[in-house]
Design a protein around this ligand. Sequence first.
Ligand SMILES: Nc1nc2c(c(=O)[nH]1)N[C@H]1C(S)=C(S)[C@@H](COP(=O)(O)OP(=O)(O)OC[C@H]3O[C@@H](n4cnc5c(=O)[nH]c(N)nc54)[C@H](O)[C@@H]3O)O[C@H]1N2
Ligand SMILES: Nc1nc2c(c(=O)[nH]1)N[C@H]1C(S)=C(S)[C@@H](COP(=O)(O)OP(=O)(O)OC[C@H]3O[C@@H](n4cnc5c(=O)[nH]c(N)nc54)[C@H](O)[C@@H]3O)O[C@H]1N2
Ligand code: SF4
Ligand SMILES: [Mo]
Length: 853
Amino acid sequence: MKHLDKPTAAKGPFEQTRRSFLKGSAALAATGLVLDGARSPARAFAYEPYYTDDELETVVTSCAHNCGSRHMLVAHKKGDVIVRLSTDTGEYQGDARGTDTEEKPQLRACLRGRSYRARLYSAERLLYPMKRVGKRGEGKFKRISWDQALSEIAERMVYIRDKYGPQALVDQSYAGASYGVLHKSDQIEGLLGRFLGMFGCRTSSWSVPSYQGTTFSSRITFGTIEDGNEDDAFAHSKLIIMWGWNPAYTFHGGNTFYYMRLAKQRGCKFVLVDPQYTDSAAAYDAWWIPIRPNTDAAMMAGMAYHIWDNDWHDQEFIDRFVQGMDEGTMPDWAKGQESFKDYILGKSDGQPKTPEWASEICGVPAEDIKKLAEMYATTKPAALKASWAPGRNAYGEQYNRMAAALQAMTGNIGILGGCAEGVGKGWHAEAVAYPYDQWANVWYASIKSDRWAHIVLNYPNVTREEAGLWPRNDQWDGVVPNIRGIFWQGSDWFNQLTNINKEIAAIRKLEAEGDKESLFVCMDSTITPTGIWADYLLPIATHFERHDVALPWYKGHYYIHRPKVIEPMGESKTDFQVFTELAYRLGFGPAYNPRATRDYFWNPDPVDEAYLKAWWEEKVMHHQHVTWSWEEFKKRGVYKFVFDEPHVAFRDQIEKGVPFQTPSGKIEIFSTTLAQITDWTKTQYGYPIPAIPKWIEPWESLNSPKTEKFPFHMVSPHPRWRTHSIFNNIPWLRETFSQELTMNASDAKKLGIRTGDTVEVYNDRGTCVVPVYVTERCMPGVVVLHEGAWMDLAEDGTDRSGNPDFLTLDEPSPAGAFAYNTVLCDVRKTDRAHRPGWDQLATARSAVFRRDY
Ligand SMILES: Nc1nc2c(c(=O)[nH]1)N[C@H]1C(S)=C(S)[C@@H](COP(=O)(O)OP(=O)(O)OC[C@H]3O[C@@H](n4cnc5c(=O)[nH]c(N)nc54)[C@H](O)[C@@H]3O)O[C@H]1N2
Ligand SMILES: Nc1nc2c(c(=O)[nH]1)N[C@H]1C(S)=C(S)[C@@H](COP(=O)(O)OP(=O)(O)OC[C@H]3O[C@@H](n4cnc5c(=O)[nH]c(N)nc54)[C@H](O)[C@@H]3O)O[C@H]1N2
Ligand code: SF4
Ligand SMILES: [Mo]
């Protein structure tokens, strides 16, 4: 059903009649649900008999969002209602039901994916365009028409661009929808970037919250972020070191756990280096090495020392493939400069980086550092999987570069069962089906992503290095943007970036100048904590309500068809529809969406089909030699590539001598690019970065004097029961886990705290309220609070949801890493109520059964 009538020649597209509007409203009222009663006979209520499968239509699709994987969902629907969701059974590609092999594993959804119906039909679903009527953040909105929303937004955009220049609007598109080929949200290639770029007013955000330090390391060291093996390669490792990696919770690929289990069955040993003993460690009986957060680079330096001290390094590999590991591999033009080995042995600074030296910093006994160094250097092949969390830290880039040095000195790169990750992108997917042109996705300033509030609050007294401005060759080089608004598309960044109180101050500052002078637009399928701060909320159709193809998330080699399973709910439209219609209103519609006419706002299906078909035929069939036609793919719903052997990054470099994509063609432990920079203030980094990996003291840690005031180090990993903030409002999932602060039993005892008590976690930047879980599985001095809780502000500015980003700092590392895990805080018992969600949580079972710890 279309809730607004298709335009006729006589009427403009947005002049809907009163009759057609009433028709839509009446249908909604009749069902008592947001679904359309006339077209949807299904009722999934508990007391009615469930439909059997042969009464339902089965549609293969996928789960979607930035969750660490991409699994199959199979929708079983009656009319226009999804009644049930199931997942891969192995049969959809055309194989026998139950097919599940090492080469072609099933893509089975996790708990989040299987609860997607609850999200699709949730009370928070955004169904109509809304306009703010209260103050920003107050949460008061009224329903308006698409016509009103789009014309007001277009008018304000023009006013702001003309008055404040082409840098005034910030593009905060992020990965919420990045894993479709057509309906994409993305910082660089995304639909919003194209829209604001062509409009001529865009400040982009260049640093990635997930892994900017890691990206920097991968690019500097290997010249690419495609430094990942496919996960089936793990099955061939003899030692897997999970460094700040908890794949049982934090997905990094869909079948990782399965392949690691195969490794275990084949005798692989497991180690975990992490402040908490995780479920991954328990599952594989790993040796747990608790480490002080943000000290990993020091421990790795200690390992490197011990490896050299015992001659366990692979000198042949180093000589052939590595630049700057030692004196002999320094480039001619840099002879005499400090090599990595010089640094480790203390030749230049007089401080050998011995295990004893490292132990003082990281808190791991020197004997354990030595033991792990020996295990890693003498077991082959060994996978040191240096995950991203320890790089989501002050100077996090040094941790990843140090890990790369260990991987290289032991010759574990380019071999099956080894590991060079890094970012770890594996197989190369064909990722873009819509027009992506660099000339269109232009920007006039590009800032470190968590600096927008700082820039607003201090404008114009902001230096280019504080903002992290990317250099340009024109008059905009070094010009700090006068930021006047944000478009949030596929991001909940007001809730997810650092130092939320600073963001609130910035948005208030702009608000005080009057409504016309700024513009905050949130495009999402649900009402989100970010949306509460917006002026306009635009309802976006979910991936069940539009046509697309799903890509794997960094690991995995398959495509999953995502047909339109149901009609868009309420008045929702796709992002592409909204941008196209806005582009028409602003005068560049045909250029923005070349395959469409203005009718696209009402009828996107043929155009979407044409983009996808062309993508399949030109890219997948032509470049990737897939023989299935587009029609065949659509019929099956999934295409799984089968390889003769696991994909291993850099195999060709090692086996065939293909050069690495670095300036020297080698693995650059000594970076050609960094060594040649003379004026750091003119780079996007702003501050110096050494040419070789080094331990650099972070601005706060358990070693710093600030612990006198704030004795705990907080880390905020990713939750198993949410994807960042997504699913926070799903009661089914919240019955399995609750937001809680994990704390060591000895610390809890000192503070008189027991499991289930509510505490305030606080520092100079903010305070949040959350229940405590007391355990021996977290090291003393460290507290753990998962990211993504939906902020719930009290009048005094305290967050009652337990969102760690009220405590994080918005100062990125020089290479751009968000320092999410570099946070000192204190904890005190409180009588205040924790508010786990905007609805009330009736039965948090985990809290109930843990109460008598
Ligand atoms: N303290 C702390 N904070 C962190 C982190 C941490 O480790 N610690 N991790 C950080 C990391 S790595 C990340 S990636 C960020 C994630 O931060 P965000 O990207 O802000 O997180 P999500 O909750 O995934 O929000 C994505 C939003 O996109 C919406 N969405 C999904 N599909 C579509 C679509 O097709 N169109 C539109 N318009 N919207 C869509 C979803 O409904 C959701 O609201 O969080 C960061 N925040
Ligand atoms: N279930 C689920 N899976 C996800 C996501 C999600 O939201 N939910 N998000 C996806 C996204 S966008 C991303 S970026 C990735 C993130 O993937 P990761 O960065 O790998 O994951 P995290 O959960 O942040 O942290 C993993 C482990 O690092 C530990 N850790 C934290 N700080 C330190 C430190 O300083 N040193 C050491 N040694 N360990 C430390 C934590 O205790 C935790 O056990 O996950 C992806 N997968
Ligand atoms: S891991 Fe991600 S893609 Fe897979 S089912 Fe869970 S939420 Fe969906
Ligand atoms: Mo991320």
